[in-house]
Design a protein around this ligand. Structure first.
Ligand SMILES: Cc1cc2nc3c(=O)[nH]c(=O)nc-3n(C[C@H](O)[C@H](O)[C@H](O)COP(=O)(O)O)c2cc1C
Length: 348
């Protein structure tokens, strides 16, 4: 059986998001129901050159670390990708799969010939998959994440996906937007259907899934085997619980109260501080705190106060003062359960 299990209803994937899907966020997403999670994109060059910051992105993935995680690599040349895959093996990083990024729209990445630029060069992209597959054949699966094409005028996801599957890709995630759209406009789920019809390997649909209803609609419309969720999880990792429920008999799922949201946010902050240190972790978490507090009363004032808090203790005090003013009690059964489940290496 394939280690990427698609048999029990559509598996839910946390999408790779640079600067977001680090160890703490992946842990939260998995707790709330993501079946698979993907790291931030990791530079193949950085791994090969033994760049410490690049290797730090893989914390939690060394032998015995998180299961059901895919490592996403990006790079411009098949040889570098191959060497990066070799490095993962040598260092004992054994994820469920290694995913190759062929969708990143960022100019710096595209100009180097990586990310979405590969969709304009199917031969080099296929060679990349073949090289990585040769390295990882008996180690883990090799998957690829693509866009619908480079631009609206050059939509090529279906033939491109065929070429990737032929080269050895064992799963294909499709973000239904061309590179030219970056993240604007609506994702085109019909292109995902075209890919499903074109290849034998499982296809994971991605783009604009915000709720359980969207997820069901995407699945019906495209026939995709799995569903990948990105932005909807920002500041609400519990979205996976709601989407999971949409594919089960569970009628409705209670959304966390403001006090529970704040408790989850503070726990996320605590994990991040353990990983990155107090000041660095607190600064890094400001964007997440902004997302978590979205829609709360007087959220703007709260955000300003959070931005002025430099440490975990200061942020906690800020949030507690705010909660007291609004009569919210900061507590969550989910946080208690997460504490029980947290792997040892982060230090319970
Ligand atoms: C902040 C951010 C960072 C992202 N980083 C990556 C990345 O590293 N690799 C990748 O393949 N896609 C990346 N993406 C794209 C997402 O994986 C996903 O394809 C896109 O957001 C569409 O899905 P959504 O509508 O569910 O957000 C990123 C998106 C965002 C918003």
């Amino acid at each position: 059986m394939s280690p990427l299990n698609m048999e029990n209803g559509p598996p839910l994937f946390l999408a790779p998001m640079a600067g977001v899907t680090d160890y703490p966020f992946r842990f939260l997403a998995q707790y709330f129901g993501a079946d698979y999670v993907v790291t931030e994109m990791v530079s193949a060059h950085g791994l090969v050159q033994n760049n410490r910051r690049t290797w730090d992105l893989l914390v939690g993935l060394f032998e015995g670390g998180t299961s059901d995680c895919l490592v996403q690599l990006f790079g411009d040349s098949p040889k570098i990708l191959r060497r990066a895959a070799d490095c993962l093996r040598t260092e004992g990083v054994r994820p469920v799969g290694v995913d190759i990024n062929m969708g990143c729209p960022v100019p710096k990445v595209v100009k180097s010939g990586a990310g979405a630029a590969l969709m304009c060069d199917p031969e080099r992209a296929a060679e990349m998959i073949a090289e990585v597959r040769t390295s990882l054949k008996s180690w883990c699966e090799v998957t690829v994440k693509i866009r619908s094409g480079w631009s609206e005028a050059t939509i090529n996801a279906a033939p491109f996906a065929q070429a990737m599957a032929y080269a050895g890709a064992q799963m294909i995630a499709v973000h239904g937007r061309p590179r030219s759209a970056f993240y604007r406009g609506r994702a085109n789920w019909d292109v995902i259907r075209q890919v499903v019809d074109a290849v034998q390997v499982p296809v994971v649909g991605n783009g604009d899934v915000n709720h359980g209803d969207d997820a069901r609609c995407l699945r019906e419309r495209s026939g995709c085997a799995g569903i990948m969720i990105g932005r909807a999880a920002l500041g609400q990792p519990w979205v996976f619980r709601e989407i999971k429920a949409a594919f089960s008999d569970v009628k409705s799922v209670r959304m966390p109260s403001p006090g529970e949201r704040l408790a989850i946010a503070l726990y996320h902050l605590e994990l991040t501080v353990r990983l990155k240190g107090d000041r660095r972790g607190t600064a890094f978490m400001r964007k997440h705190m902004g997302w978590y507090t979205h829609g709360l009363p007087e959220a703007r004032l709260l955000r300003v106060a959070i931005h002025q808090s430099a440490t975990l203790a200061e942020t906690r005090a800020t949030v507690q003062t705010y909660a007291k003013q609004h009569g919210f009690s900061i507590a969550s059964r989910d946080v208690d359960e997460m504490k029980e489940r947290l792997p040892d290496f982060l230090g319970r």
